[in-house]
Design a protein around this ligand. Structure first.
Ligand SMILES: NC(=O)c1ccc[n+]([C@@H]2O[C@H](COP(=O)([O-])OP(=O)(O)OC[C@H]3O[C@@H](n4cnc5c(N)ncnc54)[C@H](OP(=O)(O)O)[C@@H]3O)[C@@H](O)[C@H]2O)c1
Length: 311
């Protein structure tokens, strides 16, 4: 990518898309194509093709998707598989047909088998059953990976696929109905502190181990791979370390300033016992995550507070 290349960031208003926009701007890329959903609905194939013809992007980050937590996935399975399949098909096919030179597809670590050995290597893809609660979404993402690989094989199209671990950061979704665990914790501890509550109730036992990557690190890795990696092999993007939900809760409570008790509702599901990505492929390419978890949580809480105050 050259500084004035027309770079299309699909999903530019989302958690990942907005971080990629920030990273590209700080790196001096000045010709960014940033249509929001109201300007371009990516499920509308004709509109997508018309946009590519009109704007001729040279590079593309596909960070648009229908994303949600366990509740949303199990309530709207049809929407999760259909919308994501259509978005991916429309954008990846249009990119090929209208001369995009390179595309980076954002998948997710939910593509891997529920009981994959830990840490999870890229080659564990399609070696066992998926986590049932989000299999619809995972299948769509696996289809996106295969679409990129098939277009590379048949047309020599330079599409790469990134598999990020759990992400967090400014721009995250803090809605307790369908947010991920870290933003949900920030909100629960903040509201408990403000209300002077004696304790906060968290789902599960606190023992599951999870990996969290700050979204600005992910954006840095995405730009790094766009500039330095061209191969059919998918690439895990993570920190390479995990933390128990209980230890995470202690960090978040401390950052927020909640001094009360943390109580666990063990009648609620824990999900898979551990989910840690093997990031040795990415590290061997010369990239490492740089934002420590506590620092990232503090920065995200600052963003949340400024947003919360603004609300
Ligand atoms: N969040 C995570 O922890 C995580 C972890 C691993 C991988 N990922 C991957 O990262 C990608 C982005 O996720 P995210 O967390 O950034 O999600 P997000 O915050 O929900 O962003 C998704 C973006 O896609 C846009 N979009 C959805 N449907 C669209 C459509 N039909 N037309 C146009 N735009 C549409 C949304 O537009 P609106 O703003 O209008 O809704 C939103 O801006 C996904 O592929 C996901 O698999 C995320």
């Amino acid at each position: 990518m050259q500084p004035n290349d027309p770079i299309f960031v699909a999903g530019c208003r989302g958690l990942v898309g907005s971080a990629i926009v920030r990273r590209l701007q700080t790196a001096g890329f000045t010709n960014l194509l940033l249509p929001g959903r109201s300007e371009l609905d990516l499920t509308d194939q004709a509109a997508v093709n018309a946009y590519f013809i009109a704007h001729q992007p040279s590079h593309l980050f596909l960070a648009a998707a229908k994303v949600g937590g366990i509740l949303a996935n199990s309530t709207y399975p049809a929407d999760f598989i259909y919308s994501n399949l259509v978005i991916q098909n429309n954008v990846i096919d249009a990119a090929l047909r209208h001369g995009v030179r390179k595309l980076a597809f954002l998948g997710s670590s939910c593509i891997y088998p529920r009981m994959a050995p830990q840490p999870i290597k890229e080659e564990y893809l399609l070696t066992g059953p998926l986590e049932p609660t989000n299999e619809w979404y995972a299948i769509a993402k696996i289809a996106g990976i295969k679409l990129c690989q098939a277009y590379r094989k048949q047309y020599g199209f330079d599409a790469i696929s990134l598999m990020p671990t759990n992400l967090y950061g400014p721009g995250d979704n803090f809605d307790l109905q369908n947010s991920h665990v870290l933003p949900a914790m920030i909100r629960k501890f903040h509201e408990a502190k403000v209300a002077g509550a004696e304790n906060v109730l968290l789902w599960g036992t606190g023992s599951p181990l999870r990996e969290f990557l700050h979204v600005d690190d992910l954006a840095d890795a995405a730009v790094f791979l766009m500039q330095n990696y061209s191969d059919e092999g998918i690439v895990n993007v993570g920190v390479g370390q995990d933390i128990s939900i209980a230890d995470l809760a202690t960090i978040v409570a401390d950052v927020v300033g909640f001094a009360g008790e943390i109580v666990y509702d063990t009648s609620k599901p824990d999900g898979t016992p551990r989910k840690l990505l093997d990031v040795s492929r990415l590290n061997s390419l010369g990239w490492q995550a740089s934002i420590p978890l506590r620092e990232g949580v503090a920065e995200t809480y600052q963003w949340y507070e400024s947003r919360d105050c603004a609300a």
